[in-house]
Write a protein that binds this ligand. Sequence first.
Ligand code: MG
Length: 441
Amino acid sequence: MVRQPQSIITIDHRPEAGLPAALRSLFIDFDAWFASVEQALDPRLRGKPVGVVPVMTDKTCCIATSYEAKRLGIKTGTAVWEAKKICPDIQLALSDTGRYVHYHQQMIKAIESCIPVDKVVSIDEMACTLTGDWQRPDKAAEIARQIKQAVSKVLAVTCSIGIAPNQFLAKMASKLDKPDGIRVLQATDLPGAFEHLELEDLTGVGRGMHRRLQRAGINTIRQLYAARREVLRSVWGGIEGERVYAELRGGLAYRPPSERRSVGHSHVLPPESRSPEKALAILHKMLQKAAFRMREMNYHAAGMSLSLWLDKNSHTGKRHSWGEHAQFAPVNDTRDLIHVLKALWARRPGQKKILAVGVQLSDLVSDSDVSGDLFYRRDHHPDLAEGNLSLVADKINKRFGAQTAYFGGAKEGLQGAPMRIAFTQIPDPELESDRPDGGRQ
Ligand SMILES: [Mg+2]
């Protein structure tokens, strides 16, 4: 059993010494993303209150609204009949997830013509790291202007950009001058810059946390800043409170993704995919997806489980499930994992119709704990190129869309197990929502 690393919290500036924290993070948040895409593509919608809806009926809710609609009080979650009561002329646009994802990818490319994107936080939020000269406020603001220009060349939409010592503050900064803002936020601007905000406006403070804060006598942002580290520790129930304490002040908090034990997928097969060949192809694809997500979270796996749901047994007449688990030295290369999958697959019972399949990578170990193995592999298996191929494939898929690069076994399965894209998830098309930090950032 490999131990997870201890949490590391750094506050690398000392406000009492008058040293400002470096501006290390630039955060981009597109303004009213879905509605803006619709307005950009359909000039008749521009300048008008727009509600984006999942289906064309008065009974549904707006899943997004334009700034013109927001100003009238029509927000995400407002029922269409209600929106029509407030504004009989409201324009309704049918939501088109594929379109939003397509332009999301175009926007990442546009931003990357200015600065590398570190983290795609959601369909309309990206985080970048500022290094060297870019940490100067004037340089950082200059990049922000370049990003806006690059973005506007793709589509007539705007984004708001926050620049701050860490991602938490940069995200908050991006909200301060919406829409189309650029805000440089120094640790020394705090808590003043947030004083007009409610506690629940802070990223990571939901209703439950708000209540806990109130119980601890913290009702305002100023009180949150004045609270001692130990108080936040008890409110958040542990080390997370210390992270919040550090991040509020411009420090960097490392979040080990230690709660996650496994990553995997399962899929009910459509009737035409129930043959062993098709089922295996879909398993390949799901495994590659899971391996990609695992690498994104900086993990290796030391275990894999394969589950099959099989059609009626000829003797008992009952449907039944079958599963097998394997343990191995931690790996993150898709090809290694494919070998394991094949070995597990070979042990399955007979040639029966397969109704559903599942594959789970488990016993996750953080990358930093297994680096020794990489050296071993380089020395003894130079042909394996220690996992680089998987990382290259990940990059290609991130940049050009999932499934551009894949390992052979998945070819048959590419049409199966379609990507689920829900609005509440990270709609990165190839990276479904599994946030090691529980979505706090
Ligand atoms: Mg947004």
